[in-house]
Write a protein that binds this ligand. Structure first.
Ligand SMILES: Nc1ncnc2c1ncn2[C@@H]1O[C@H](COP(=O)(O)OP(=O)(O)OP(=O)(O)O)[C@@H](O)[C@H]1O
Length: 237
């Protein structure tokens, strides 16, 4: 995807002042910046969960914003948006059933029908995120990090090529947080998913992301890949 000159305001407040960035398949992009710099708004715009005021959004060689609602709907179906804290799982169902529900059409969900192949596929995705042992546990009994990982497995089984995760490790202990980040990175490396996420811990962003984008006051102030941040870059955040 290529984003050019994305602008977004709320009433009088200009939040995104012409943001440009690119993210390819298999890239894990961390959006870093101080509180209020526009990171969440940027992610919502990228996930098309928020209207753009202006700019170009090139995906599959077309400008999505110039396409009709059908193209945008198609994009939304392959772009999973994981909002902070709020996990879209059914707490009373098992991890396996939650992941399976991403695979089955609604009418089959209602009658609970599933083939052996679908069951195996869901188990494979749970294994990918290291949760095979917990497949039959109700989601409400899982830790925050485990829930996030089930949500990642569900997003991927739904066919998401793009995962937009706003603070996916908020409130998690360091060990669980790093497991979630490892899973996201694995999805990039193995499934060639594109992941865009925000995270307050710069050192984890440096460790797991393939690209680091600094956003301050609605503007990109650096966009680096293949290296850690310099002290000068960190000071700007
Ligand atoms: N729906 C909205 N209506 C009006 N203003 C909004 C809305 N959403 C965000 N804003 C404003 O946009 C600015 C950027 O908000 P955003 O949530 O993107 O910041 P952030 O960088 O994610 O901050 P934090 O790290 O604290 O989550 C803030 O000043 C916020 O008040």
């Amino acid at each position: 995807m290529i984003i050019r000159n994305l602008r977004k305001s709320y009433d009088e407040q200009v939040v995104l002042k012409g943001v440009s960035l690119a993210a390819g398949q298999g890239e894990m992009v961390a959006i870093l910046g101080p509180s209020g710099s526009g990171k969440s708004v940027l992610l919502k715009c990228i996930a098309l969960r928020e209207r753009w005021d202006g700019g170009e959004f090139i995906y599959d060689d077309d400008d999505l914003l110039k396409q009709g609602w059908l193209a945008q709907l198609r994009y939304r179906s392959i772009c999973a948006y994981l909002p902070p804290k709020e996990i879209s799982l059914n707490p009373n169902k098992t991890a396996l059933k939650n992941v399976l529900s991403g695979l089955l059409p609604t009418w089959r969900k209602l009658i609970g029908a599933r083939t052996k192949r679908e069951y195996m596929t869901a188990m494979d995705y749970l294994e990918n995120v290291g949760l095979l042992d917990l497949a039959h546990r109700k989601v409400q009994t899982l830790s925050g990090g485990e829930k996030q990982r089930v949500a990642v497995a569900k997003a991927l089984i739904q066919g998401a090529d793009i995962i937009v995760a706003d603070e996916p490790v908020i409130g998690l202990d360091p060990e669980s947080a790093q497991l979630v980040l490892k899973d996201l990175r694995y999805m990039c490396d193995k499934h060639k998913a594109t992941v865009l996420f925000t995270i307050p811990q710069i050192e984890w962003a440096e460790k797991y992301a393939t690209r680091l984008i600094g956003l301050v006051d609605g503007q990109v102030i650096f966009d680096v890949s293949g290296r850690r941040l310099t002290t000068a870059e960190k000071m700007k955040l």
